[in-house]
Write a protein that binds this ligand. Structure first.
Ligand code: SAH
Ligand code: SF4
Length: 447
């Protein structure tokens, strides 16, 4: 979602006369779009700001902005903690960037007049939550993608009302809001006209998306993600659809049926479970048990047998015993994932779990390593199962090596082939010759 938000900031700035450069030392303005989800991500912001300060010492006109969830959480405080920062703005406010720049220019002019120097100029802070307006300006200004890629993100839903006890998202991204179906469709059509063939619908709880307005001819008063996907699959030029991230509680029948019926809907699903112990799931406020999750996976696999599953896991949540952790390992072994993300629990300010007695760091590290051993082995074996197969690959860009092109399989694996740039944007069959831990390589069929 931050990638998508950054693209949209780029578009807004492009209209204000800015254009992208490839390194911070060539820039008049640098914006860090930040993540607050774990402490490590949030800490990075300050080390990065230290580096940018050196550039600003040379070029004092340079504007430094901090956007996203760290900005939202710290607000005004960030200006005193890092005086090199000129603008602090949360994830719901980036469409006001041109306004903020005007305000900053005024502040700088005032400082110049009063102190003879722009250094003391007042910073600009925007951290309000005009949630219902968030999507409106996005639609008023049609999208002008700066980077042409055959795969694009489209945000359909923002925020979260679920309040898992470990998570800052409901506080930094605000309440759950769905974007209107017609707006989403219009954005997808305009992307398709620019050559985009794969769309990933985004949301913190993407499958909580709903459109209660009577939208099109469907016999339902509350239209969910399954119906939206059906509609988008009909857009000319759209060959592939994905969505992320889903909450197990919002996987409804219509969405599962879409996996059975829609060839455009790719056989890959990121469905975070977090833990395998019911006691831990309860104290995380996930509102599902391990068995609920396993039954759900069975229903999804019945609809789309080849679906590749992915998940998020947290180890070392307060109260997690060895027995609880073993339940997570058991769940992983039972479900079998194509890939997954796993994290040590990181206490976040203001969240209920951060007030509980914490698990020892060494225990967390040891559990994470054991979990990752199992998950990595599953990923290696999933990739290995594709050696010798022919997969449809959408080519997105050049690889790191000369003459190498990179694309994605239907299961979201990275696939490398030797080919020239003319394959970019095309979906071509690739015979997989080699499976690696994190990618596949092969030859375009018939070449
Ligand atoms: N909405 C999604 C997840 C969004 S956050 C869902 O409900 O599944 C992305 C992932 O970060 C989460 O799934 C969780 O595994 C991880 N995460 C969130 N807060 C965390 C914390 N305090 N410590 C460690 N990992 C965390
Ligand atoms: Fe965070 Fe996801 Fe839980 Fe919402 S549902 S609180 S985003 S982990």
């Amino acid at each position: 979602m931050n990638v998508y938000d950054s693209e949209r900031m780029g578009e807004a700035l492009n209209m204000a006369g800015y254009h992208p450069v490839d390194a911070p030392d060539k820039a008049d303005m640098v914006i860090l779009n930040t993540c607050h989800i774990r402490e490590k991500a949030a800490e990075k912001v300050y080390s990065e700001l230290g580096r940018l300060k050196k550039l600003k010492d040379i070029n004092e006109d340079m504007i430094i902005g901090v956007a996203g969830c760290v900005a939202q959480a710290e607000g005004e405080e960030m200006l005193s903690r890092a005086p090199t920062v000129d603008m602090v703005f949360g994830p719901q406010t980036f469409q006001a960037l041109p306004d903020m720049l005007e305000e900053l220019a005024d502040n700088r002019a005032e400082a110049l007049e009063q102190n003879g120097h722009i250094k003391k100029a007042k910073g600009v802070v925007r951290t309000s939550f005009p949630a219902e307006e968030k999507f409106a300006p996005l639609f008023e200004t049609p999208r002008q993608p700066l980077v042409r890629s055959p795969a694009a993100f489209v945000t359909v839903q923002e925020g979260c009302d679920k309040f898992c006890t470990f998570c800052v998202v409901p506080y930094t991204r605000g309440a759950e809001v769905s974007r209107a179906a017609l707006e989403i469709e219009a954005e997808v059509i305009s992307l398709a006209q620019k050559g985009v063939s794969e769309i990933t619908l985004l949301g913190q709880n993407v499958n909580a998306w709903h459109d209660v307005d009577a939208w099109y001819d469907v016999d339902a008063d509350d239209i969910g993600l399954g119906q939206l996907l059906r509609r988008l699959a009909q857009v000319d030029g759209i060959e592939r659809l994905r969505y992320t991230t889903s909450h197990p509680r919002d996987m409804d029948d219509a969405l599962i049926e879409a996996h059975a019926d829609l060839p455009e809907l790719m056989p890959y699903l990121h469905l975070p479970v977090q833990a395998g112990s019911d006691k831990i799931l309860k104290s995380m406020n996930r509102k599902h048990t391990a068995e609920d999750y396993i039954k759900l996976v069975d229903r999804i696999r019945a609809a789309r047998p080849d679906i590749a599953l992915s998940s998020d896991f947290i180890v070392g949540f307060p109260g997690e015993t060895e027995e609880d952790f073993t339940a997570t390992l058991d769940l992983v072994k039972q479900v079998t994932y194509a890939q997954a993300y796993s994290f040590k629990y990181s206490p976040r300010p203001g969240t209920p779990a951060s007030e509980e007695a914490q698990i020892d760091e060494d225990v967390k590290s040891e559990r994470l390593a054991r979990l990752q051993d199992v998950l990595n082995a599953q990923q290696v074996s999933f990739n290995a199962s594709q050696a010798g197969e022919t997969l449809e690959v959408l080519f997105e860009k050049q690889g790191k090596k000369l003459g190498q092109m990179v694309g994605r399989s239907p299961y979201l694996q990275t696939v490398h082939v030797d080919a020239d740039e003319t394959v970019i944007g095309k979906i071509l069959p690739v015979k997989i010759e080699k499976a690696h831990a994190n990618s596949l390589s092969g030859n375009i069929f018939g070449v």
